[in-house]
Design a protein around this ligand. Structure first.
Ligand SMILES: C[S@@+](CC[C@H](N)C(=O)[O-])C[C@H]1O[C@@H](n2cnc3c(N)ncnc32)[C@H](O)[C@@H]1O
Length: 290
């Protein structure tokens, strides 16, 4: 029989710790995303909301998989081919293996990863996330991207024992989070602020959902909004504007449907994608701070 709270989990700290922090009556985006991915860490309210999204836009489960694949591929590319060993992952989500630090530390065992998310339930998984290699370091802070100083001013970044050496490039991962940052929060300015202390040569990895390939995405966004979860889908031009407002240079292949995004390759030379544009319904990009 399931837990009476409606909690389902096969991993992590279990229902007691999660129940302490969770508002079980309201769905949360991290737990809904976990549901799309076939995870077990969600409550009934999350399942009901996620099922409504899936009925409205059945591609949402494929979006989540395509997005995870994109995140893992770019982190691997940065660690293996660009020598990046410092990652700030904003909007961590409920752990889904392989997580950013597992990919980065596979290629660079001494890599340092700082996770941040504004959902307290993700914090309950911090222990699971913080399993670093001996040579590396993994930390987690609870903070909201819309208040960037909470991230930048945190001791993990500001010291006395900061995670990163800001003399060397950092890859900032903002994967599937900016569609939760509506224009009233000035996403370009937010991104510029976050990138401010990062040295020249630092990277931004970003993915962002869109309605450009599947009209059902508009209705799916309404399902979130009806539950007081603000979502703003954006076109490729709008995503590009956020990046350029932040003063970053787009790298090849630019802003592309992430199912067709391959590092450093023009789209026409990319392998056959696993998902269609409509199934992914998400743009991906890699940019660099000049
Ligand atoms: C769709 S999940 C993406 C998880 C992971 N980045 C990935 O791509 O697989 C979005 C995550 O962003 C977090 N999030 C949403 N808005 C946020 C904000 N304003 N500040 C920090 N985290 C936020 C949610 O709690 C959730 O864990």
């Amino acid at each position: 029989m399931g837990d009476p709270s409606g909690w389902m989990s096969t991993s992590g700290p279990g229902p007691t710790a999660a129940n302490d922090v969770a508002d079980r009556g309201e769905p949360q985006v991290a737990r809904m995303y976990d549901y799309y991915l076939g995870g077990k860490d969600h409550f009934e309210a999350d399942r009901i909301a996620a099922e409504e999204v899936l009925r409205t836009a059945p591609n949402s489960a494929k979006f989540a998989r395509a997005n995870r694949y994109f995140l893992q591929m770019v982190v691997e590319y940065l660690a293996r081919e660009q020598g990046v060993d410092q990652f700030l992952d904003i909007g961590t989500g409920i752990p889904t293996r392989p997580n950013t630090h597992q990919v980065a530390q596979y290629h660079r065992p001494h890599a340092r990863v700082l996770y941040t998310d504004n959902d307290p339930i993700v914090m309950t998984y911090a222990e699971a996330l913080m399993t670093s290699t001996r040579e590396g370091r993994v930390d987690y802070i609870e903070a909201d991207l819309r208040r960037p100083q909470d991230i930048l001013g945190h001791p993990c970044l500001a010291g006395p024992e900061p995670v990163f050496d800001l003399e060397r490039p950092v890859a900032v991962c903002a994967v599937a989070i900016f569609h939760f940052v509506t224009d009233e929060h000035r996403p370009g300015e937010l991104l510029r602020t976050i990138m401010e202390p990062m040295p020249s040569g630092s990277f931004l990895v970003l993915s962002h959902t869109t309605e450009d390939f599947d009209d059902a995405m508009k209705e799916a966004a309404e399902v979130y909004r009806r539950r007081k979860l603000p979502v703003q889908l954006r076109s490729d031009a709008e995503v590009e504007e956020i990046v350029s407002e932040a003063g970053l240079e787009l790298l090849e292949p630019g802003v592309r449907p992430l199912n067709r995004w391959w590092p450093g390759r023009p789209a026409r030379l990319a392998p056959i994608p696993l998902y269609s544009d409509a199934e992914a319904s998400c743009y991906g990009l890699l940019a660099r701070k000049p």
